[in-house]
Design a protein around this ligand. Structure first.
Ligand SMILES: Nc1ncnc2c1ncn2[C@@H]1O[C@H](COP(=O)(O)OP(=O)(O)O)[C@@H](O)[C@H]1O
Ligand SMILES: [Mg+2]
Length: 303
């Protein structure tokens, strides 16, 4: 039941604690299935959590999501889903955070936005963003906490000897702080809105899953869209979609284009900075994702 990708991601991210969680996973699964009286099915493609369709005792289709209890992100996902209250996102049916378990409404048919051509895919993101951005519960952190990743990178590589273009990181660090200080409003953000986290549903055309739960400028939300789906694919024709996506977001959401460009740049560099955290000095580095290409494209458009 534990795939190689799940083992790799969980141990790389949460170390010993992740390994212990993997070890106990079969037991946790049967414990929670008995507690919530559900029958789990074959898991979906696994990356950082164990996620499987499940059927409740009364036949209701649901989804069970299990994660590392203390270190993982379920503690933010649960309050974010509660605050969304089913508007633009799947409903949270039950939560047991000490066990690291969430029970979610199942999106059916569940087709992912990645399987929809542009511009319909970007319109799906717009539809979800329009309703998701409600007042944020106080427990959810400000997006500004993420700027610490830039500071940590620059403290580690003060002499431009790191794997990323130094100007990308210094520019993104300053720009993120300016964008946060000048936010026109602060709302509940999904925080990781990309093509695999928006699913086709029946009670609403599209529903988001897997929120990270942050508070901040609504325009922050478009950032991860620009280097997705398939962020490892550096085909230039995918990077070439960025200008039309940005124009579509600006037209359909009414946000200023320059703030969308700036957030797109910041979030792309942030993604690379997170990847670079596991880079060891001396190892070869080549840009590993399209985020680098998107950042380079957008840097030239910053005022
Ligand atoms: N509520 C849901 N309804 C239908 N499918 C879901 C649901 N939640 C998750 N999935 C499927 O499981 C996959 C992984 O779930 P996700 O919550 O995104 O996990 P991770 O945090 O590991 O990315 C999704 O890409 C989707 O295919
Ligand atoms: Mg996901």
């Amino acid at each position: 039941m534990i795939t190689a990708a799940l083992r790799q991601n969980v141990t790389a991210t949460w170390g010993e604690e992740g390994a212990r969680w993997l070890e106990r996973l079969p037991e946790t699964l049967s414990e929670i299935s008995a507690l919530w009286d559900l029958v789990p099915g074959e898991p979906f493609d696994l990356s950082y959590h164990y996620v499987a369709p499940a059927t409740l005792a009364d036949g209701t289709p649901a989804v069970l999501k299990l994660g590392v209890p203390s270190a993982g992100s379920l503690a933010e996902e649960a309050p974010a889903l509660t605050a969304f209250a089913g508007r633009g996102a799947v409903r949270l049916l039950r939560a047991d955070l000490p066990r690291g378990a969430l029970l979610l409404e199942r999106a059916l048919p569940g087709r992912r936005a990645r399987d929809v051509p542009e511009p319909a895919a970007t319109s799906a993101a717009v539809a979800v963003m329009r309703v998701l951005h409600v007042p944020s519960p106080p427990v959810l952190p400000d997006v500004l906490v993420q700027a610490r990743a830039f500071d940590a990178y620059l403290a580690r590589f003060p002499d431009a000897d790191g794997p990323l273009p130094h100007a990308h990181v210094t520019t993104a660090a300053g720009l993120m702080r300016e964008l946060c200080a000048s936010s026109p409003s602060r709302v509940l953000l999904h925080g990781d809105l990309h093509h695999d986290n928006i699913l086709e549903a029946s009670r609403s055309p599209w529903l988001a899953i897997d929120p990270h739960g942050l508070t901040g400028d609504p325009a922050y939300e478009i950032g991860s869209w620009l280097f997705n789906p398939t962020p490892a694919n550096r085909d230039p024709s995918l990077t070439a979609l960025v200008p039309s996506r940005l124009e579509q977001f600006a037209a359909e959401l009414g946000y200023p284009l320059e703030r969308l460009v700036a957030w797109g740049f910041v979030k792309s560099v942030l993604s690379d900075v997170w990847t670079a955290e596991s880079w060891v000095r001396g190892a070869t580095w080549s840009p590993v994702s399209r985020a680098h290409d998107v950042a380079s494209l957008l840097l030239a458009q910053l005022p």
